[in-house]
Design a protein around this ligand. Structure first.
Ligand code: PMP
Length: 359
């Protein structure tokens, strides 16, 4: 072993009191094998969070903000509507802190999500996919009202964008201190990421362009049609520009109130549509060429970043948010073309030595 060149580590220099203390401080990673020469592409890898997604951040903050202001009582059941990642994050937090959790989720989202939440001790109430995001949303509100449960309200609560302002954005500011940062690319589900990032970046990195993306076939913001809302900011009905799309976690069938802040306060510079197919392709390329495993929304965000890189001047620096991990999509179109059995080339390798063959 050559001790002069081998990579070594020194530990994190601390012992963690709880899994909750491991949320955040995710790495920004250079993309080396994709994209044009002369442009520096980076990704912020949110799958380094303990429950593998960006939503661990707001799950923790929603619970702790509610503990601080007394709206969540010890032992009270928490209920929330989620496309999965918020539910998984909440299940992790509730397991650690001892709150029962009930999640409502449309039955179109990946089976992995259901199983992970149940593994973490949550109950998962499926809602019909035909009733879209508003269906699971209304179900959570109904259950909260009927049973006196604490409704997490990720689509409206200030605890969502606040935690991205306090952590995600601060990490980007710190990691790019003294360096260029021309573009930050993100999509939206609740809009917490873009709203929190833009609060900080507008103030501290005004030269950085914030690029927001949404599915090409569900251009809610692109349509310019405002969202019908009730007095508490909750969606009153499904947005007319919505179509079902494969980018799980992005763009529900309404414009969330949390996202509305970014719309109203010029929180992004450009809105770029991206197709589901481009998202799948982006995630596959990141896996195969970079060894970086992200979900469909990460692939879509990266595809938009690659598009910007293609026409960008040399020296441009671009950061794409990667919200979660590819492993959350094993049963979805992302892995459809990945076989379980050996293909012909693998069989040939197997047969190239005499022993230990199957079939
Ligand atoms: N991608 C995935 C996979 C998600 O689960 C979410 C959150 N629903 C997002 C992106 C969007 O994040 P935000 O809610 O902060 O807009």
């Amino acid at each position: 072993m050559d001790m002069a060149t081998i990579r070594t580590t020194a530990g994190r220099g601390r012992l963690y009191d709880s899994v909750l203390d491991t949320v955040g401080d995710t790495p920004v990673i250079r993309v080396n094998n994709l994209g044009p020469a002369g442009v520096r592409l980076y990704v912020k890898a949110e799958f380094f969070n303990p429950a593998d997604s960006v939503k661990d951040r707001l799950a923790l903050n929603i619970i702790e903000a509610a503990e601080r202001d007394g709206s969540l009582r010890p032992g009270q059941t928490v209920v929330e509507a989620t496309s999965g990642n918020t539910g998984i994050g909440l299940a992790m937090v509730c397991a650690q802190k001892g709150y029962p959790l009930v999640v409502t989720m449309a039955d179109s989202f990946s089976v992995e999500r259901r199983k992970l939440m149940r593994m973490l001790g949550a109950r998962v109430i499926l809602t019909p996919r035909a009733q879209k995001g508003t269906g699971m949303y209304m179900k959570a509100a109904e259950l909260a009202a009927k049973h006196g449960w604490f409704l997490a309200r990720q689509f409206e609560t200030s605890a969502n964008a606040d935690i991205h302002e306090a952590t995600t954005a601060r990490e980007i500011i710190a990691d790019f201190a003294g360096d260029r940062l021309d573009y930050v690319v993100t999509g939206y589900g609740t809009g917490g990421t873009v709203a929190g990032l833009s609060r900080v970046l507008r103030r501290e990195r005004p030269e950085t362009k914030i690029i927001l993306s949404e599915p090409a076939n569900a251009g809610l913001l692109a349509s310019g049609i405002p969202q019908d809302r009730g007095p508490d900011g909750a969606p009153a009905k499904s947005h007319p520009a919505f179509e079902p799309h494969p980018i799980q976690g992005w763009t529900p069938d309404f414009i969330p109130n949390v996202l509305q802040e970014a719309v109203d306060h010029h929180g992004y510079d450009q809105l770029v549509p991206v197709s589901g197919a481009a998202g799948l392709d982006g995630a596959r390329k990141l896996a195969r060429r970079e060894g970086i495993m992200t979900g469909i929304s990460g692939g879509a965000t990266f595809a938009v970043a690659m598009g910007l890189a293609e026409t960008a001047a040399p020296g441009t620096v671009i950061l794409a948010m990667l919200p979660d991990t590819a492993e959350r999509y094993l049963t979805t179109p992302l892995f459809e073309a990945i076989p379980e059995a050996m293909d012909e080339a693998e069989m040939e390798i197997s047969r190239s030595t005499p022993g230990y063959q199957i079939g």
